[in-house]
Design a protein around this ligand. Structure first.
Ligand code: DGT
Ligand code: CA
Ligand code: CA
Ligand code: ZN
Length: 571
């Protein structure tokens, strides 16, 4: 769904600029509605357009459909270009200020000529906001704080970068006397792939003492806002952190609320309402009496729901499943018995096979597959047939030595070539235990070419696992164009396992694809793709992602004992 977001953003910008211009309120609203509708689409807008069905989408009439087509064809919409000239306001920059919406932006622009954060700051410093309609002292100081927040929060961070920083702070907070408990909430607790800001909650009575200690911690570079029970800071790594102190009696309710996501919370509140209850961040109430909220479980229980693990709280069907007692029994890290995709210094890894095996034994693995790159991947020092054969012999010897109390599996990460051929001769493939097939080249192939290429490879009798199936690198490179439904169908026919690559920058499959793979009855391998010993720890991120994708133990092949694992890969 590559273009949907861009199209929605363009329409939304039109709506905002129209609103700021203040001439046609109705037109502005209709663009906003169309943008929302596209955001919620379950299908690629380009497909809908190809079928000529744009006007069937709710909120899209002929006029807006024309604009979408123009955007898809040329990357531009004439109306937007004209609007940007007439109203030169950087709406996205100003919208990033909390509590500042189109109304305020419009007021600031028309009365003071504010167009971006810099000119807003100048107006603020010159005292020009005072005396504007509806601009009290409190609102003005909120905007001043908000500018800092908008500046700091412009980007997202990988979960794996944010998590150690958050854990360190939580641990330090926990050690302050008077603190009963400290914990992360927000997207980090939901284990999203990327994090906007870190939310930390503290259960304590003396809030001001905690605030003082927190803003003085050594990782903190800037204090953006410091209030009696809430502070926002920026760390030296440039991460934003919101800290909130909650009283013990509403700690669970606060944790539930600040874990989110918003859509999940909104639905819970609606359910509370149908039961004559009121749910907010302070507790669950009947009239004025608190019926739950000290713990999170009590809230779900009182609402007639099974406890919903944080990773599922995205309003993607989990609330309905919890009502019917049909939540999945999510996979856990302890369920994993081995790693099936790893590298050594024989291709582009940093450690020797011995070092990698020592590290794997530390994890109590029962098996471990060594899967270095193959010849066509020259930048990764890929192995040719002779090299692989030598490796096979070596692993036979290592297994025979009994030095490692686990089965060492002979593998390779075989490149999928231009037309779906495999990058090693069949006679060599035939001697390997587990073969992972991956795309590392020609990632700009058209959707049709890429789909045919991958599917052709999956039809090989040597195809065991499809490695990082969409090729994305988070915050860096989008998924390549590929028809995943076709891929899943072909994999199903050929008994090929889908990899969930646990590298924090990949986490490939994404959540939507994991759930689709499950619907197809496919099995998954959660592998680290480790290139050095420390990266074997990436398994935990794979588990987080799997849980977000509703994956259960029996969906995953590397939870099986060694014999069953090998049996399950048979063609
Ligand atoms: P992020 O930081 O962009 O990765 O995502 P979150 O989910 O951590 O979002 P954040 O930090 O803005 O807020 C943390 C949680 O607080 C969010 O998941 C739900 C809750 N929350 C924040 N604002 C609202 C709101 O206006 N309404 C409701 N119902 N919940 C909110
Ligand atoms: Ca957050
Ligand atoms: Ca936050
Ligand atoms: Zn690899």
């Amino acid at each position: 769904m590559t273009k949907n977001r861009e199209v929605a953003q363009a329409l939304e910008e039109i709506s905002l600029l129209l609103q700021i211009e203040g001439k046609d309120k109705f037109k502005s609203l209709s663009y906003a509605r169309a943008a929302r509708s596209i955001t919620g689409l379950g299908e690629d807008i380009e497909n809908i357009r190809d079928r000529g069905e744009l006007t069937n989408v709710p909120g899209i009439g002929k006029a807006i459909a024309d604009k979408i087509e123009s955007f898809l064809d040329t990357g531009e919409i004439k109306l937007l270009v004209e609007l940007r000239e007439r109203v030169p306001v950087k709406v996205w920059e100003l919208e990033a200020i909390p509590d500042v919406g189109p109304k305020t932006i419009s007021l600031l622009y028309r009365e003071l000529g504010v167009t971006d954060l810099v000119s807003l700051e100048e107006a603020l410093d010159a005292g020009k906001l005072e005396g504007l309609k509806g601009m009290g002292k409190k609102t003005i100081s909120k905007i001043a704080d908000g500018i800092k927040i908008a500046r700091a929060g412009a980007s997202r961070t990988l979960l794996a970068e944010a998590m150690p920083i958050a854990n360190r702070l939580v641990e330090r907070l926990s050690r302050i006397s008077d603190v009963n408990q400290a914990v992360v909430a927000g997207s980090l607790r939901r284990r999203r792939e990327t994090i906007g800001d870190i939310d930390i909650l503290v259960d304590a009575s003396k809030a001001s003492k905690i605030m003082d200690a927190f803003v003085g911690m050594e990782d903190i570079a800037d204090v953006l806002v410091k209030g009696p029970t809430k502070s926002s800071v920026r760390t030296k790594d440039g991460l934003r952190i919101d800290l909130r102190v909650l009283p013990t009696e509403s700690y669970g309710a606060g944790l539930q609320y600040f874990t989110g996501n918003i859509d999940h919370n909104v639905k819970l509140r609606a359910i509370a309402k149908t039961k004559g209850l009121l749910l907010n961040e302070y507790g669950l109430f009947r009239n004025d009496e608190q019926v739950a909220g000290q713990g999170e479980e009590g809230i779900y229980d009182a609402l007639g729901l099974d406890y919903i693990p944080p990773e599922l709280r995205e309003d993607m069907g989990e609330i309905e499943a919890a009502q019917e007692g049909k939540l999945p029994k999510l996979i856990k890290l302890e369920d994993i018995r081995g790693d099936l995709h790893t590298h050594t210094d024989q291709s582009d890894g940093k450690n020797t096979i011995d070092e990698m095996l020592d590290a794997a034994v530390e994890k109590d693995y029962e098996y471990y597959c060594v899967s270095d790159h193959t010849q066509s991947l020259t930048i990764a020092n890929g192995m040719d047939e002779a090299h692989v054969l030598k490796r096979i012999e070596e692993i036979d010897e290592l297994n025979a030595s009994g030095r490692w109390k686990m089965k060492i599996l002979k593998g390779a990460e075989v490149d999928i070539l231009a037309h779906g051929e495999l990058d090693l001769d069949d006679s060599v493939l035939d001697q390997l235990d587990i073969i992972t097939l991956s795309i590392h080249s020609r990632m700009k192939d058209t959707k049709q070419v890429m789909t045919e290429r991958v599917c052709h490879a999956l039809e090989s009798k040597y195809a065991h696992i499809l490695g990082h199936p969409t090729g994305r690198l988070l915050l860096k490179r989008p998924e390549f164009e590929i028809d995943m439904e076709k891929v899943f169908e072909t994999a199903r026919h050929n008994n090929v396992v889908m990899e969930l690559n646990a590298h924090p920058q990949r986490l490939d499959l994404n959540v939507g694809n994991l759930r689709a793979a499950k619907r197809w009855g496919l099995r998954i391998a959660i592998n680290t793709d480790a290139h050095r010993t420390g990266e074997l720890d990436y398994m935990q991120y794979g588990i987080f992602q799997a849980r977000r994708g509703w994956v259960e133990k029996y969906d995953v092949i590397n939870t099986l004992p060694p014999k069953e694992l090998m049996k399950s890969l048979r063609k």
